[in-house]
Write a protein that binds this ligand. Structure first.
Ligand SMILES: Cc1ncc(COP(=O)(O)O)c(C=O)c1O
Length: 408
């Protein structure tokens, strides 16, 4: 087998490509973790060697993302979906401690719905908060879409309506399925409207960064209450969820339950995680190891400034090819200009059987994982960190050739 182990270029949305060097290092770690004579999947999570590795991993996230001392970094399991539930329960507990007498009508959970994942998160909030809180849609992007029913945009700022003192405000920074992302240019109309948040208090702002974590810096990170991400897009295998939680959101959930908040399972409580250094029960040791290796490698490569620049160039070139295809009647982009995701680009290939031809042609050249999510259809190109610029260029060259051949 060749030195690349016969690997395809994997443009899948998640689980997704990981750097070859990390996969190779993992093979060694599985046999002998950092000279201990025991494999990483075999060693105790309470050993000093694993603790040192976990500390370095946390330190690398903190320094690369510039996480302030007001925020804790926590590790857990259960994925993004686990956090759809956990943020609701922890922030309802926080609100109850702040407002012991608040009625269900006064306890508001505000959801910004810009795609399939934030919609799902809001549904889970409704399921969990019956009788104790009111879930509101602060804005629904479908209302502002081209066809009135798709997620294809970040709505105008004037349309966001937040409650005066909500228990949480929720948004999904990058909608993996729909390819819609908030702009990181804070002057852009497609940026998150941070200026609408109250300035005189700690706002319980929650962001799902599952599919854009560590691809570039997080704008206004310190203004968030909770940021979370499943590892399986940019930084590791599935099984690890990373949380950045502001101290005031790490509350005594049992004291809140005595005042009428819903009880919180111990493994979902941020306080349990914080008090135990994320080791209350056995963590996903192997997933932490691989993500830790990815973070080490990122640091060696120049950290987030390096990845931001490469990711910017990859996305720019890819969208230029999509636009060219659109002008020539071969492709149609799904997402309105300005709201396009850097990580997941979604478009259609026009014409009878054309999408199938596109996918087959790509596969012949060793490029896989390009089929869009079943709910949206079309093509989805995921350009996570492990996709090199050279690999992105190969796809773009294929797209350019496809456009030229379709026009012949
Ligand atoms: C933005 C976003 N949020 C949440 C999820 C759900 O994550 P998980 O499968 O880790 O529960 C995903 C999964 O793709 C996602 O892309």
């Amino acid at each position: 087998m060749s030195s690349d182990h016969g690997r395809a270029i994997n443009f899948g949305a998640g689980p997704s490509a990981l750097p070859l060097s990390v996969l190779e290092e993992t093979q060694t770690g599985l046999l002998n973790f950092e000279g201990t004579g025991m494999g990483i999947a075999e060693i105790s999570h309470r050993s000093k060697e694993f603790q040192a590795f976990l500390d370095e991993f946390e330190h690398n996230i903190r320094t690369q993302l510039d996480v302030p001392p007001t925020h804790r970094i926590l590790f857990t399991q259960g994925g993004g979906t686990g956090q759809f539930s956990a943020v609701v329960l922890n922030l309802l507990a926080r609100y109850r401690l702040l407002h012991p007498q608040a009625s269900a009508a006064d306890t508001v959970l505000d959801y910004v719905v810009t795609g399939s994942w934030s919609k799902k998160a809001a549904e889970e909030a409704r399921r969990l908060s019956g009788g104790v809180a009111t879930v509101r849609t602060a804005v629904d992007a479908r209302v502002y879409s081209k066809d009135g029913k798709s997620f294809d945009n970040i709505p105008p700022h004037a349309e966001f309506a937040f409650a005066d003192d909500p228990a949480l405000i929720y948004y999904c920074e990058n909608e993996t399925v729909d390819g819609v992302e908030f702009s990181h240019d804070l002057e852009s109309p497609a940026a998150f409207p941070f200026h609408l948040l109250k300035q005189d208090r700690l706002v319980p702002l929650v962001a799902d960064y599952s599919s854009s974590f560590m691809c570039r810096p997080i704008p206004r990170l310190a203004d968030h209450a909770v940021i979370y991400a499943g590892a399986q897009k940019n930084i590791g295998p599935a099984g690890l969820t990373i949380l950045i939680v502001r101290e005031d959101c790490i509350v005594d959930v049992d004291a809140a339950a005595k005042l009428g908040a819903p009880p919180v399972p111990l493994t979902l409580s941020y306080k349990t995680l914080a008090d135990s250094g994320s080791l209350y029960n056995t963590p996903s040791v192997l997933a932490i190891y691989m993500a830790g290796l990815v973070l080490r490698r990122m640091k060696q490569n120049g950290g987030l400034p390096f990845y931001e620049e490469v990711n910017r160039r990859k996305a720019k070139k890819l969208y230029a090819a999509i636009h060219e295809g659109e002008q020539k009647g071969v492709f149609r982009r799904k997402v309105q200009q300005g709201s396009e995701s850097w990580m997941n680009a979604v478009f259609e290939v026009l014409g009878e059987g054309a999408e199938k031809n596109f996918l087959e042609g790509a596969e012949k050249q060793g490029m896989k994982g390009l089929k869009g999510h079943r709910s949206v259809g079309g093509i989805r190109v995921s350009l996570y960190n492990a996709i090199t610029e050279q690999e992105a260029d190969k796809l773009i060259a294929y797209m350019t050739q496809f456009i030229a051949e379709a026009n012949n």
